[in-house]
Design a protein around this ligand. Structure first.
Ligand SMILES: [Zn+2]
Length: 209
């Protein structure tokens, strides 16, 4: 395999182990071979099903942190490919893909919405339209810094459905990077299902439980 001048100067690295990868691979062969054989399935509060490609620990946790906090947005390709595969295997093809949004303040600080990037790529891989359906109107305390009980109340009223969104009769996949308590996804499902005859399924790169 030939290495392009760009790859030579800026080699791409495996998101999980840091080894240099060439060609169109998204991760190295060793990490790829170690991917879980089965998806992680959860029922989140409120009863919606959530499928995750990985357990949130070890090299996957490190990779997601680097993706979110150190600007490695190219990691979204590997995460999305793994997620698209488990979504397709477990649920089949949705009609629409959406994602849990960041607040405007956090989006400005980070420069990208990590879950939207994954949602858009999952949509592209499944040949399904991606659409923004929600906005985060309150910049609440980050869920991961709170206790399980605090997370439940911390999320109420934080998200709003965008106007003009019609979901009737659709199966909608909502994507997030990680599921922990499930309250964030649960609240987003509740809002999207309001006054709609819609089936909402959830997909995350990793599950903390
Ligand atoms: Zn690797």
């Amino acid at each position: 395999m030939t290495v392009s001048p760009l790859e030579f100067l800026f080699p791409r690295k495996c998101p999980y182990c840091g080894k240099i990868i060439i060609g169109d691979r998204l991760e190295c062969d060793i990490c790829r071979a170690g991917f879980p054989q089965k998806p992680y399935i959860r029922i989140i509060p409120g009863g919606n099903e959530c499928v995750a490609a990985f357990k949130y620990d070890g090299v996957v946790r490190d990779a997601i942190k680097i993706y979110k906090f150190y600007g490695k947005r190219e990691f979204c390709k590997s995460f999305s490919a793994a997620l698209a595969q488990v979504v397709y295997e477990y649920f089949g093809e949705p009609d629409l893909v959406t994602s849990v949004p960041l607040s405007k303040k956090r989006l400005r600080a980070r420069g990208y919405d990590q879950s939207e990037l994954i949602g858009r790529e999952v949509g592209r891989l499944l040949s399904v339209e991606y659409m923004r359906t929600l906005e985060k109107i309150i910049d609440n305390t980050e869920q991961h810094s709170l206790s399980h009980e605090e997370r439940k109340s911390n999320i109420i009223g934080v998200y709003k459905r965008l106007s003009g969104i019609r979901l009737n009769g659709k199966t909608v996949l909502i994507v997030d990077d990680i599921v922990t308590s499930g309250y964030t996804l649960s609240e987003c499902c509740r809002i999207l299902a309001e006054n709609s005859d819609v089936r909402i399924i959830c997909g995350t790169v990793a599950s903390a439980f």
